[in-house]
Write a protein that binds this ligand. Structure first.
Ligand code: MLT
Length: 405
């Protein structure tokens, strides 16, 4: 009789956003007259920009013609997209990333979950707490996290780096040495960022101890302050210790169309000299048949002059929402952070209320959906995340409702 991978059985509960989805569905079914506003999952609400739509249309038309029809995409991505990425996301920031260090994928969620596959199961991971749940869950599935303590909600073999108000939500170098360090800046869920000299310290540390940094830069487009790094490769020595993950979801609204990429530099070698670039290429070759041609053409359009202008307008739209939420909540007496270089606002719940209690309270009394901070890890307890990805009108209405509580 077959057996399952019993690491999966160790996962506590369901995935955070599935749990929220179920609760909201039940609430809506029981209260069909209520206008529920979702500021929970970080999903965009603005349609794809016109330059992207034009490019999609053209690419679809090409698929209808024998001479221009495309079958399987190259598994590592079309060169037109990889060169646009290299030029705009790296060369323009002074980072020298070659096309064959860029691996196009169907999104950063898959990359951030899959990348752990190329590391030994004995490697020890370090994560921020709170953290995007995919990093820990996928390491649980791989059998890398030890045992789970339901009281502390911590895994025995994971190094946690608490990010709280007293350290400005920035992780500190852990006492125990990790092999794999997950960092995400601008941060999901806290919306915090670190400055370039702080990121340089992580790069120097990783190079010193022989650790690899998995740097999730999905929210990079939301950076508004000058001294915040847009890519880890702005730091000296990052190419020998860091993998970077990027998404087209948040900067250009591809949550439904799916596109992302990973940068795995050729200088990045494991302790035995194995090239991670070669390993990731091998993995892509076996497990991935490339992101769709039409979507990669849409991705290329993000880097066109029109595409840059139009997506910048969308980012400004969301960041205006962030300002409205942050200021409105502060006026209502909440302690708030984030929302300056990120589309997430991180707030303290009402005194004495747990994150999930506050979730229920907000849903029932203001018909607003947010994300409980404790869903991202125990240091998120007593916190709550709201996203700026709603519409302007819903954002105004949500703030009005919260102020009226
Ligand atoms: C979030 O809400 O944390 C994100 O939208 C989830 C994701 O990007 O997968």
């Amino acid at each position: 009789m077959f057996k399952v991978n019993d690491n999966y059985l160790k996962l506590p509960g369901s995935y955070l956003f599935s749990t929220i989805g179920k609760k909201v569905k039940a609430y809506k079914e029981a209260n069909p007259d209520k206008e529920v506003i979702s500021l929970g999952i970080g999903d965009v609400t603005q349609p794809l920009a016109p330059a992207i739509i034009d490019s999609l249309h053209k690419a679809v038309d090409e698929m209808a013609v024998k001479e221009t029809f495309k079958g399987y995409a190259p598994d590592l991505g079309y060169e037109f997209l990889r060169s646009a990425i290299a030029k705009n996301d790296y060369a323009a920031r002074g980072a020298d990333i070659a096309i064959d260090e860029i691996f196009v994928s169907d999104g950063a969620k898959c990359d951030s979950g899959n990348i752990q596959e190329i590391f030994s199961v004995d490697n020890k991971i370090a994560v921020c707490d709170p953290v995007y749940p995919v990093y820990v869950d996928t390491n649980v599935m791989a059998g890398r996290t030890g045992t789970y303590d339901p009281n502390t909600e911590l895994w025995s073999d994971v190094i946690y780096m608490p990010c709280k108000a007293d350290n400005n939500f920035a992780p500190e170098i852990p006492k125990e040495t990790p092999d794999i360090i997950y960092l995400c800046f601008p941060n999901n869920p806290t919306g915090a960022t670190i400055k370039k000299d702080q990121l340089q310290e992580w790069v120097d540390y990783a190079n010193k101890v022989g650790a690899v940094i998995i740097y999730d830069a999905a929210y990079e487009a939301y950076i508004s302050e000058d001294d915040v790094p847009h890519t880890i490769y702005e730091c000296d020595g990052a190419k020998t210790c860091a993998i970077e993950l990027k998404s087209f979801s948040k900067n250009a609204g591809f949550t439904g169309t799916r596109l992302g990429y990973a940068v795995v530099p050729k200088d990045l070698k494991a302790s035995d000299g194995t090239s991670l670039n070669a390993l990731w290429a091998r993995r892509h070759g076996t497990k991935f048949n490339g992101a769709p041609y039409i979507i990669q053409r849409a991705g290329e359009a993000v880097y066109s002059e029109e595409g840059k202008k139009q997506t910048a307008e969308q980012i400004a739209y969301y960041m205006n929402n962030a300002k409205i939420i942050k200021e409105g909540l502060a006026e209502a007496g909440f302690t708030v952070s984030g929302g300056v270089n990120a589309p997430y606002i991180w707030l303290k719940t009402i005194e004495g209320m747990s994150s999930w209690d506050f979730f229920d309270y907000l849903l029932e009394n203001a018909n607003i959906v947010g994300t409980p901070g404790s869903g991202f890890g125990p240091s998120g307890e007593g916190y709550f995340r709201l996203t700026a990805f709603g519409t302007y009108e819903n954002t105004l209405e949500a703030v009005k409702r919260i102020k009226a509580l």
